[in-house]
Write a protein that binds this ligand. Structure first.
Ligand code: SF4
Length: 362
C-alpha cells in the first residue's frame, strides 16, 4: 500500500527516505517542497531527479483536498468548500482583518454536539477528520493566498495566514489526538507560532484537561453563551453532562503562559442570555480567570431558528457591565454572513458538483 507523505511527521519522512536508500538531504528536499512550497504532486518537485520521483511515485502519494467552491463575501471573507477522499465535504473560512489573516478550520465532518444556534450541529456527526485533512486546509488556502489566487481587499498586503482558529465544523476536543497531531505539524512543519493557534470548545471538560496535558501551548476559547445551567442546558446540550461549575473549574486549571487569556465566546440571544443580571452573573463566573469575552450579537443565520437579535443598546449595556468589572469585552461582528460563513453557519449549504448551492434536505 502506498504511504501518504502528508500523514507523516518530518522524522518519519526522513526514515521513509532512508529506507529507500536515500539521503537525509533528499528527505529535507521533500519536506521543503511539501511545507514551504506547498507542492501537491511529485511532478511539482522540480529539483528531484526523475528516477527518485519514479521511486516515490511507486511507494508513496501526496493527499490533497479538492477545492469544490470558493465564495467571497462583501466584507472580504472567503469560504472554501473542500472535498475529502471519501467525497464528504468540509468548509474553511479565511478572514482578512486589519493586519491579520485568520483561517478558521474544521476538525470534523458535521458535529455531534447539537448546539441549538448552529447549523453544523444539525448535520450530526459524519466522521472525525484525520490530522492531515485538518492541516491540509491550511496548506491549500495558504497556497492560494501566496499564488495571489485569493482576492483580498485593496490595501491588504499579507500573503501569509497569520492566525488559525479551530472554530469551523466540529468540536475539536472530540477529535483531540488528530487535532494535537495537526497542531504539532502546524508549529513544527509550517512554522506557526502556538500563540497564533486557538482551539475552541463548546465545553468538553475532560478534553480541556487533556489539551492541557498535551502541552501544545495553544490558546483556548470556550463557547459559553449562557451563565445559568438552566439557560445553557436549553441551547447547548453539552451542559447537561458538563455543567457550568465543572467547565469553569477546568478553565481555572488550564495552564496559561504569562500574558495569555482564555477567550469566552458569548452569542447574545435576545431574551435568553442578554439581561443585565446575566452580565453580572458572567462577571461572577469569570472571577479569577484571565479572560477575554467576545460578545457576538446573534444575527438570524437561518429562518425560523427561534432566536432573535438583541438591541444595540442592550449589547452596549451588557458590554459596559463587563468593562466596569475590568473584563476585556469586545463586540464582534459576524463576518461573511452573506455567504453563510459566520459562526454556526458552516455546512448550511450542500453543493452540487456543478457548484450550484442546494439547501440541505434536513
Ligand atoms: S457550535 Fe461548535 S460544538 Fe456546537 S454544534 Fe456547532 S460546531 Fe458543534
Amino acid at each position: 500500500m502506498k504511504i501518504n507523505l502528508k500523514a507523516l511527521q518530518a522524522e518519519e519522512i526522513t526514515e521513509f527516505a532512508e529506507n529507500l536508500g536515500q539521503s537525509r538531504y533528499k528527505a529535507n528536499q521533500i519536506i521543503n517542497w511539501l511545507y514551504k512550497k506547498y507542492a501537491s504532486s511529485f511532478t511539482d518537485m522540480t529539483d528531484l531527479s526523475k528516477s527518485f520521483k519514479d521511486i516515490l511515485d511507486k511507494k508513496a502519494f501526496i493527499s490533497n483536498l479538492k477545492i469544490l467552491k470558493v465564495q467571497v463575501s462583501k466584507d472580504g471573507t472567503h469560504k472554501f468548500l473542500f472535498e475529502l477522499e471519501d467525497s464528504r465535504t468540509i468548509e474553511s473560512v479565511l478572514i482578512p482583518d486589519s493586519d491579520r489573516l485568520t483561517l478558521c478550520i474544521s476538525s470534523q465532518v458535521g458535529c455531534a454536539m447539537g448546539c441549538e444556534f448552529c447549523i453544523t450541529g444539525s448535520l450530526k456527526l459524519k466522521r472525525n477528520l484525520r490530522a492531515h485533512e485538518i492541516f491540509d486546509q491550511v496548506i491549500t488556502v495558504q497556497r492560494l493566498v501566496s499564488e495571489n489566487k485569493v482576492r483580498l481587499r485593496q490595501g491588504f498586503y499579507s500573503r501569509k495566514i497569520t492566525n488559525i482558529v479551530f472554530m469551523g465544523m466540529g468540536e475539536p476536543l472530540n477529535n483531540l489526538p488528530e487535532v494535537i497531531e495537526a497542531v504539532r505539524k502546524l508549529t513544527g512543519l509550517l512554522g506557526f507560532s502556538k500563540r497564533r493557534i486557538t482551539v475552541s470548545t463548546c465545553g468538553i471538560v475532560p478534553g480541556i484537561d487533556e489539551l492541557a496535558r498535551g502541552r501544545t501551548g495553544v490558546n483556548l476559547a470556550v463557547s459559553l453563551n449562557a451563565v445559568t445551567d438552566a439557560a445553557r442546558n436549553k441551547i447547548m446540550p453539552v451542559n447537561k453532562k458538563y455543567p457550568l461549575h465543572k467547565l469553569v473549574q477546568a478553565c481555572r486549571k488550564y495552564p496559561l503562559p504569562p500574558g495569555r487569556r482564555i477567550t469566552f465566546e458569548y452569542v447574545l440571544l435576545k431574551g435568553i442570555n442578554d439581561s443585565m443580571d446575566d452580565a453580572v452573573r458572567l462577571v461572577r463566573l469569570l472571577k479569577g480567570i484571565r479572560a477575554k469575552v467576545n460578545l457576538i450579537p446573534f444575527n438570524e443565520p437561518v429562518k425560523n431558528s427561534g432566536f432573535s437579535k438583541p438591541s444595540e443598546a442592550g449589547v452596549l449595556a451588557f458590554q459596559k457591565v463587563l468593562l466596569d468589572a475590568k473584563i476585556a469585552a469586545i463586540i464582534r461582528k459576524s463576518r461573511g454572513r452573506d455567504i453563510s460563513a459566520a459562526c454556526g453557519q458552516l455546512g448550511a449549504l450542500k453543493w452540487t458538483r456543478a457548484g450550484k448551492p442546494v439547501l440541505p434536505s434536513g
